[in-house]
Design a protein around this ligand. Structure first.
Ligand SMILES: [Ca+2]
Length: 175
C-alpha cells in the first residue's frame, strides 16, 4: 500500500528536479493523512499541480506532459469548475511563476472503483500546453511501485497550519 497525502504527489527521494518517477497521486481522505513536514523550496517541485475550486485547494496532481496532468479519479466531480495551477507555491500570493489552465477533457481509469479505490487515477487534458521553465516542468511516469522501505517524498498542500504554501514530507513506502 502506498501512503498518500491529500492534494499530494509522492515520489522516491533523491530524484533530479526534472523528475523520473511518479508512484501515486491524489488523496485518501478517510484512510491516511500526513501531517507535519516542512515548506518546500520554491521551484523544487515543478511538476506539482494544484486543482482549485473557488480559489481553494481541491486536489493535487502531477504534470506528466505539457498538456496532461495525472490526478486521482475521486477528484473528478464538477471538473469544469476547476482551475489548474501550474508553478504555484503559495496559493494566496502571486509569485509570478503561476500558469493557470482549464480542463478540456478528462479520462478516468477504466478499472477505477470507489471501494476499495482501486486504480484511483485520472488524466486531465489541459486547454493549452504548459510553458516549461524552472518552475513548471514534467515528471515521468514510473513503471513499477517502490519496494517496501523506500524513502519517498510527498509534496502538496495540506489543510493544517499552513494550508496555502506547498509542503514537503519524507515517508517510507510500504508494500
Ligand atoms: Ca502563488
Amino acid at each position: 500500500m502506498i501512503i498518500l497525502a491529500p492534494f499530494s504527489t509522492l515520489v522516491p527521494v533523491g530524484i533530479p528536479l526534472s523528475g523520473t518517477w511518479v508512484t501515486g497521486i491524489g488523496g485518501f481522505p478517510n484512510v491516511h493523512r500526513i501531517i507535519g513536514g516542512r515548506s518546500c523550496f520554491l521551484g523544487s517541485r515543478p511538476y506539482q499541480v494544484a486543482l482549485l475550486r473557488n480559489g481553494r485547494i481541491y486536489c493535487g496532481g502531477s504534470l506528466i506532459a505539457p498538456k496532461w496532468v495525472l490526478t486521482a479519479a475521486h477528484c473528478g466531480r464538477r471538473i469544469s469548475s476547476l482551475q489548474v495551477h501550474l508553478g504555484d507555491y503559495n496559493l494566496r500570493v502571486n509569485e509570478g511563476t503561476e500558469q493557470i489552465r482549464r480542463i478540456r477533457n478528462f479520462f478516468v481509469h477504466p478499472g477505477y472503483n470507489l471501494r476499495p479505490r482501486d486504480n484511483d487515477f485520472m488524466l486531465l487534458e489541459l486547454d493549452a500546453p504548459a510553458q516549461l521553465n524552472n518552475y513548471v516542468n514534467t515528471i515521468n511516469l514510473t513503471t513499477s511501485c517502490p519496494s517496501p522501505g523506500t524513502r519517498c517524498s510527498v509534496s502538496g498542500w495540506g489543510t493544517i497550519k499552513s494550508p496555502q504554501s506547498m509542503g514537503c514530507w519524507d515517508v517510507e513506502g510500504r508494500g
